[in-house]
Design a protein around this ligand. Structure first.
Ligand SMILES: C[S@@+](CC[C@H](N)C(=O)[O-])C[C@H]1O[C@@H](n2cnc3c(N)ncnc32)[C@H](O)[C@@H]1O
Length: 296
C-alpha cells in the first residue's frame, strides 16, 4: 500500500488535509558562542540576513530574507548559530535540568540536537552521542567542532546495543530514524510504502525498549520523529506505555495533542500528552516525553 492518494486519504482520516505548506528556513542561536542574542541578530541583519523571532521557540528565528546563504557567514563558522528546522528545535527544549547530567543522544548525526543539548548543558556533564552510520559521524564531528562542544563523546554504535556501555543515563534523546514526510521531501510519496513505515516503527520500538533499560529511575526520555505516520508516533507511544516501564509526561510546546483514536483503534489516553505537528511553516513532526513509571 503506497502512493500519494493512499497517504493523503490516511491523513484525512486522521483529521488533516494539506494546505498552505510553505516551509521556512530557521536558525537557532547558540548562546554558548553568542551570549548576546540581540547583538547576534543585528550582526546577521547587517550582513543581509533578516531574521524574525519564532514565537514558540526561545532561541529560534525564521530567516525571512537572505542576501547570502545562512551557512556562509563568519558567524556561522564561529558556531554562533545553527541552521535547524523550527520543529526540530522542540525536542531538546522539553528536557528539564540538563546541566551536569549524563545524557544519551542515541541517534545523533548530523548533530543539530547534540549541539543544542551541549548548549543547554553549558558544556557540563557528558553527552554520549551514538549513530550507526560511520559516514554521518564526520558531519557530526564537524558540527561539534564548529560549535565548540566540549562535553560529548561520539561512538559509532547501534542504539539497540547501548546497554553494552554499562551506563545509566539521566536524560535520553531518541531522535529516531523514521520515514520522514512529504513536505520536506518531494519524492516522498513515490518512495514510501506502508511496509517500510511498519519496518521503521519496529526498529523505533526496539530502540525505545533498549533505551528504557538504560534510563535512571528519575530519568527522562524525549522521543521524536519527523514522520506523519501514526505507526511511528502515537501507536509506538501506546505500545511503550503498555509494554515498557514508561509513562507519558505532559508537555507544553507547539503542536496539536497526540491522537488517541487511530483508524478506529483506541489508544491509551495519556498519548494525548504527545504533540503532533502537521506541516505548514515547519515540516511534520511528532514529540513525546516519557518518565519511568513507579514499580507496581
Ligand atoms: C533523524 S536522524 C537524527 C538527526 C539528529 N538527531 C540531529 O538532530 O541532527 C536519525 C539518525 O539515526 C541514525 N540511525 C539509524 N539507525 C540507527 C540505530 N539503530 N542506532 C543508532 N542510530 C541509528 C541514522 O544514521 C540517522 O543519522
Amino acid at each position: 500500500m503506497s502512493g500519494k492518494e493512499f497517504f493523503l486519504h490516511r491523513y484525512e482520516k486522521l483529521g488533516w488535509k494539506p494546505s498552505d505548506i510553505k516551509l521556512k528556513q530557521a536558525i537557532r542561536i547558540n548562546p554558548t558562542n553568542a551570549p548576546n542574542l540581540e547583538e547576534t541578530v543585528e550582526r546577521l541583519q547587517s550582513r543581509g540576513i533578516k531574521l524574525e523571532k519564532i514565537s514558540f521557540l526561545e532561541k529560534g528565528y525564521w530567516v525571512s530574507k537572505a542576501k547570502l546563504s545562512a551557512g556562509a557567514t563568519t558567524e556561522y563558522l564561529l558556531g554562533m548559530y545553527s541552521i535547524q528546522e523550527a520543529a526540530a528545535q522542540i525536542p531538546v527544549s522539553l528536557f528539564t535540568d540538563l546541566e551536569g547530567k549524563v545524557v544519551l543522544d542515541a541517534c545523533a548525526a548530523p548533530g543539530g540536537k547534540t549541539v543544542q543539548l551541549a548548549d543547554l548543558m553549558h558544556n557540563s556533564g557528558v553527552i554520549i552521542a551514538l549513530d550507526v552510520e560511520k559516514s554521518k559521524l564526520i558531519a557530526l564531528a564537524n558540527h561539534l567542532e564548529r560549535c565548540h562542544v566540549k562535553n560529548t563523546v561520539v561512538y559509532q554504535m547501534d542504539a539497540r546495543h547501548v546497554a553494552e556501555l554499562g551506563i545509566k543515563f539521566g536524560r535520553i534523546l531518541l531522535d529516531v530514524p523514521c520515514s520522514g514526510n512529504f513536505a520536506a521531501d518531494s519524492s516522498w510519496f513515490a518512495r514510501r510504502s506502508l511496509k517500510d513505515i511498519e519496518a521503521n516503527a519496529a526498529l523505533q520500538r526496539e530502540i525505545l525498549a533498549k533505551a528504557a533499560v538504560s534510563l535512571r529511575d528519575d530519568g527522562e526520555i524525549v522521543y521524536a520523529t519527523c514522520s506523519l505516520e501514526p505507526e511511528e508516533n502515537e501507536m509506538n507511544v501506546d505500545w511503550a506505555v503498555r509494554n515498557l516501564r514508561l509513562q507519558v509526561e505532559e508537555i507544553e510546546c507547539y503542536g496539536e495533542k497526540g491522537l488517541t483514536e487511530i483508524f478506529g483503534q483506541k489508544l491509551h489516553r495519556s498519548v494525548e500528552n504527545c504533540r503532533r505537528i502537521w506541516p505548514g511553516q515547519t515540516q511534520g513532526f511528532f514529540v513525546c516525553k516519557f518518565r519511568k513509571r513507579d514499580e507496581p
